[in-house]
Every structure is written in C-alpha cells, then in structure tokens.
Design a protein. Structure first.
Length: 406
C-alpha cells in the first residue's frame, strides 16, 4: 500500500464532490444538464510493455460527462418562454459567435429581437412582409411590430337560397324602394387603403328560375353590364340548381382616394328552393390594416402574429440544432455551449423534424438534477474520501514502524 494510491483516491473523490456540488447548486437552473464524474484505473507499464499481475497505482478522472436527458417541463406565463421536448438546442447569436443552449427563457430587447437574459439573440428563419419564410441561413429573430398592410377585396363568395315561391316583378328596380326587389344582402369590403365599404346586392325575380342581381356600394348604385343595369342574371333549373350567371365581377368606385374595388363574385352552391330567402355563407378576402396584438409560437417553431383586424401573419420560425456527440460541446457558462471538433458539426432544422424535439410555448425545461440521488452520491463520495485518507494514515503508520526499527 503506497501513498500514491491514497493520494489519487483523495483527488478523485474531491473532484467527484466538486461535480456533485455543482449539480446541487444548479438544481434550479433552467435547462441545466447534470454532470457525472467518470473514473479510470491507473497502471504503470514496463519498458517492454509486458504485463503481469501488477498492482495499480491509483485512479484518475477520465471524463466529466454531462447527462443530456430530458428535464421536467413547467408552465409559465411568458409566451416567449420555450421548452424543448426532445433532442436539440436553441441556436444563439452571441455577439457574432454562435452558441447553443437548452434554457428557453427569452424576452424582447428594445429593438424587438428575441434574446436570452445575457443578450444573446435567438436565431431562426425570418419572414418577409408577405409572411414567406427565408429558409436559407438562420438569422436573429425579431418581432416586427409594424402595422399589417391592408388588403383590398378581390373576391366575394356567397351561398344563398332564393325563394322560388316569390312572384316575378315587372316594375323597374329602385334600391330605395323595397317594393321593386325581393331580398338583399350586404357585405363589408375594403379598398386598397384599408377603408371599409358596404357592398350591397339586390335580388329581383323576373321569371321562373330567373333572378336579376343589382349592386350598390355605400348606397351608390353600381351600373352593371345587363340591359337594365343589373350586374348578372342567375339562372336555375327545375331542381333549383344554379346553372348560369354565378360568376361575375363588380367594379365599385370609392371616394377615399384609393383604387376602385374590383371584386369577383362566386355564387357556387346558391339554390332556388321553395323556402324563405337565406344567406348560408357570405365572405370576402379583404381586410383593413391592423396592429400587432400578440403572438404565439407553435410546436414547429412558427411565430404567428395576431393583429387587431382579426388577421394573423407568420413572423418567423425558430430553428434547433443537434450534434452527433453532445458531450463534445464546450461549456461557455451562462447555460450555453459551443461546438468543437469532438462534438461534430451542428445539424440545423425546424422543430419536430430530423430527430429534433418539439417546442412548447409558455413553458421551460427544468434542470435534470435529481436532488435525492445527488445527496446520496455526496454521502458515498464523502465515505470514499475518508477511506482514501485512511489508506494514507495506515501507510504512514507502517512507514513509522520501519523508521523505528533498530
């Protein structure tokens, strides 16, 4: 029994205690991955390399390996908090240097970028004004708070039922005289500046299965191409099915300085049955401008903005990165790692693809440290330290006996 074995055992046990202490101190650190001290025995080799049943000369710390197991997920009230359920790391732009982390506690900085508590920017695929993602190289993600550009109405879809029991009218149509039409509808439409207008349509039965359709915008009649100024004539067969006149266009002048509204109408599905007039569907594709009211992040990392005009738009998409050997990553502190030659190159992709995990918004991944297990490990490491100290004490007693020989 020599001093070397006991001393190496003391050093190994001390380092093991350091690892355990670091795990315990980070038990509440979001996204922290616990470490494990791994040991290897040490033997002295002869010059010829021949081995026998030689006695080892102690122990060494072979590696301090992090355990990249999944931590528990805890819900939060911050929509920018993100938890990765599965493999992968957030890809961060840390002042021009790319780093990686599992901690999903994010916030917006003064410029609208999504950043972590140290100011590193979350990266992903950015979106243009039309909501199309640029899926080339990831770039820092920012939330665009500009107003959503209005969209002029170009299509109106209507599904109606016109009452076949109505009596045909012969009096000239006058939108101010309800006696000259059977029924009417109104839909809000928008010009190129996002101003809202009311587009009205009037229905006049002129014969069996034949209905003239007239239109007006904001109470101003629109003169159609029909002989009496109608915009179209709907034709139905004896079964009440629409056979002609269901697709037409209307151009409505506006007085707001915007371009005239040109809308294509589609009455597909409209019927003429022996029941009261009804509007089963009436919608259009325009909208006014809107301010960003909020946003959420989907499981695939898509950032979807919600606007005050009821519309939504894609603002970007978070990407994740994974490595062939995560234990080869270099720890940088602040819950971040950097790639090394040992870790391999990062495999970047969208969440829930290529083995990457899914994202959960308004949630964070807790540390994967098991406090109960760490406290037991601490007791074991302490006993190992004491045992190695005892070997040194015993060796000292043996040496003292030798010194005292006469």
């Amino acid at each position: 029994m020599g001093f070397q074995q006991g001393l190496s055992g003391l050093n190994a046990a001390a380092k093991n205690l350091d690892v355990i202490g670091n795990n315990v101190s980070n038990a509440s650190t979001v996204g922290f991955k616990q470490s494990q001290a791994q040991f290897a025995d040490v033997y002295a080799n002869s010059l010829t390399g021949a081995g026998g049943s030689g006695i080892g000369i102690g122990v060494k710390v072979a590696q301090v390996a992090q355990q990249f197991t999944q931590g528990n997920i805890t819900a939060t009230n911050n929509p920018l908090d993100l938890a990765i359920n599965g493999g992968g790391f957030f890809r961060m732009d840390n002042g021009g240097e790319i780093a990686y982390q599992r901690n999903g506690q994010f916030q917006l900085d003064k410029n609208g970028y999504i950043v972590n508590p140290t100011g590193a920017k979350l990266t992903g695929y950015t979106a243009n004004a039309a909501g199309l993602l640029s899926t080339g190289a990831p770039a820092p993600l920012a939330i665009d708070t500009a107003d959503l550009t209005p969209q002029a109405t170009t299509e109106v879809n209507a599904v109606l039922n016109l009452d076949s029991t109505e009596t045909a009218l012969t009096a000239p149509f006058d939108m101010n005289d309800p006696a000259t039409y059977h029924s009417a509808t109104a839909v809000s439409v928008y010009d190129s500046l996002g101003n809202q207008h009311t587009l009205q349509t009037y229905y006049v039965k002129t014969g069996a299965g034949s209905w003239d359709v007239y239109a007006a915008n904001d109470g101003v009649a629109i003169v159609g191409s029909g002989p009496n100024g109608q915009v179209t004539q709907l034709q139905f067969d004896s079964s009440g099915v629409l056979t002609a006149g269901g697709q037409f266009s209307v151009t409505a002048p506006v007085t707001t300085g915007a371009s005239p509204i040109t809308a294509a109408f589609d009455y597909t599905g409209t019927t003429q049955f022996g029941s009261a007039f009804s509007v089963n569907a009436l919608n259009q594709d325009g909208y006014t401008s809107g301010r960003l009211a909020g946003f959420n992040i989907g499981a695939d990392g898509t950032i979807l903005g919600r606007y005050t005009n009821g519309q939504s738009a894609v603002l970007g998409q978070v990407v994740l990165a994974n490595f062939a050997n995560p234990n080869g990553l270099q720890q940088l502190g602040n819950n971040m790692w950097s790639e090394t030659a040992t870790s391999g190159t990062p495999l970047v992709g969208t969440p829930d693809s290529g083995g990457l995990g899914v994202l959960q918004s308004s949630a964070v991944e807790d540390s994967n440290v098991d406090l109960t297990a760490e406290l037991v490990n601490m007791i074991t490491a302490q006993r190992v330290y004491q045992a190695n100290a005892q070997t040194i004490k015993s060796q000292d007693a043996v040496l003292q006996t030798l010194v005292n020989l006469r």
